[in-house]
Design a protein around this ligand. Structure first.
Ligand code: NAD
Length: 452
């Protein structure tokens, strides 16, 4: 049995049986058997089933929200927003089955047409920080395109995925179309990656595990999409609305207790703005409400585990001085106070590695060229922000930064209808928006000879 803990209390909130290789093989066989009938479901009917699932998720929103808030330790307001996005994601991709268009291509001697075909059984492996949200980004386009799914949630946070599978059956999804297996990544994740009947792996998690998945998938030439780590830059120029930049910077790092691949954890700050920005940042960090995830006022909860807290702590007692430290409750619970290190060199360990906790590094720069150089001086390239009132500079900088997702004068960049994914070692492929569908289909080209 797997014991599932509640990070805010350190108490066991559920126990469930651990799957092994045999259960993965069984789930893949069921998904394989369901694939033929599912791809044969008329597009309008498949669309209706996905819309029905979105409605059922909204109907179970309170229960899913509480489950996610308790199991991850995330503020309940954030969890509610995430469950709303999960339902929106199924609604968005419900538009796809009737719009997966091929082409007709002018050729000599006949007619040439292309079709977008499903891949078959796709294996989805997701992390613990946004369990159901990230799962939905994969399940919805996969099912819309006619694939069947085996989903492996993280061992620390399996509950919402198991609940989703139950809700999906209730909403009329045929048996075998969406399967969930719960167990250790190194055993069952590994089996999914190497299974000959799994056509693709869509993975979100650390760059380290992603590297192994890409290597394992090579054995059977599986399709692979990877959404990996990040160390994103929040570039603040002196001509920006510093009040707005400083007041939103804490949530851009400390949201989800910093356990966010998009965390703008390197604040690159133009030297002439340091004093004004740091003053505003300090009051914003100190007013952050850290505490019980089930309290509607809470903005930051605990970390996911004791291991994660130890890892995060190891970055704070390093070379860089602590400039700002917020408050956090005493135990029980895996609490860590929001912390700002400043000034930090981009060569420090805290600025180079993904901390995945509530720690921000403030790195000063002199001019635009240095800002771009520092922003790009990382193995990652997932997200980021640029703050300035100079429109041309904003666009110039946005074009120069090597990253998949950027926002200008804002720290939000994830929407169901727009592509999301990384440059460099932050990943391969895109999720969300129309782009995701390309990663769950193959293009088939058919030539029909018509001339005598
Ligand atoms: P992780 O890489 O440790 O685990 C992710 C998933 O992979 C889990 O389900 C785990 O059980 C499974 N896994 C572990 N070893 C495996 C193996 N050998 N074979 C197959 N599967 C295996 O990541 P985590 O600690 O759960 O999540 C944090 C990481 O995820 C961070 O690095 C973060 O940046 C990243 N992340 C990226 C995105 C993105 O979209 N780019 C989003 C969220 C999180």
């Amino acid at each position: 049995m797997i014991e599932v803990l509640e990070p805010a209390t350190e108490e066991v909130m559920a126990e469930l049986p651990e799957a092994g290789v045999e259960e993965v093989d069984d789930a893949v066989a069921r998904a394989r058997a369901a694939f033929g009938p599912w791809r044969g479901v008329a597009p309008a009917e498949r669309a209706a089933l996905l819309r029905g699932l979105a409605a059922a998720i909204r109907g179970h929103s309170d229960e899913l929200t509480t489950l996610e808030a308790r199991n991850v330790g995330k503020p309940i307001g954030d969890a509610r927003g995430e469950i709303g996005m999960v339902a929106d994601c199924f609604d968005y991709y419900a538009g796809a089955p009737e719009r997966l268009l091929g082409q007709s291509i002018p050729v000599d001697g006949g007619v040439d047409v292309t079709f977008r075909e499903p891949l078959g059984v796709v294996g989805l492996i997701v992390p613990w920080n946004f369990p159901l949200t990230i799962a939905s980004w994969k399940i919805a386009p996969a099912l819309a395109a006619g694939n069947t799914v085996v989903l492996k949630p993280a061992g620390l946070t399996p509950l919402s995925a198991v609940e989703l599978a139950r809700i999906a059956l209730e909403a009329g999804l045929p048996e075998g179309v969406l399967n969930v297996v719960v167990g250790p990544g190194s055993v069952i994740g590994e089996r999914m990656v190497r299974h000959p009947d799994v056509a693709k792996i869509a993975f979100t998690g650390s760059t380290e595990v992603g590297r192994g998945i890409a290597a394992g998938a090579a054995e059977t030439i599986k399709r692979v999409t990877l959404e990996l780590g990040g160390k994103s830059a929040n570039v603040v120029f002196a001509d920006a609305d510093l009040e707005a930049a400083a007041s939103s910077a804490p949530i851009a790092v400390f949201g989800n207790a910093g356990q966010d691949c998009c965390a703008r954890s390197r604040i690159l700050l133009e030297a002439s703005a340091v004093d004004r920005f740091m003053e505003a940042l300090e009051s914003a960090v100190e007013s952050l409400r850290v505490g019980d995830p089930l309290d509607e006022q809470t903005q930051m909860g605990p970390l996911i585990s004791a291991d994660q807290r130890n890892k995060v702590a190891s970055y704070v007692d390093g070379e860089a001085p602590i400039a700002i430290r917020g408050r956090a409750p005493d135990g029980p619970g895996y609490w860590f106070p929001p912390t700002v290190l400043a000034p930090v060199s981009n060569d420090d360990r805290a600025a180079r590695e993904e901390i995945f906790g509530p720690v921000a590094c403030v790195i000063p720069f002199r001019d635009e060229a240095e800002a771009v150089r520092l922003a790009n001086d990382t193995i990652y390239g997932l997200s980021g922000s640029i703050w300035t009132r100079d429109g041309a500079k904003a666009l110039r900088t946005a074009r120069a930064i090597e990253t998949g997702v950027l926002s200008i004068n804002s720290n939000t960049s994830v929407r169901v209808s727009t592509p999301f994914g990384g440059f460099k070692q932050s990943g391969v492929g895109r999720e969300l928006g129309p782009d995701a569908l390309e990663h769950y289909t193959e293009v088939k080209n058919v030539y029909y000879a018509t001339d005598d």
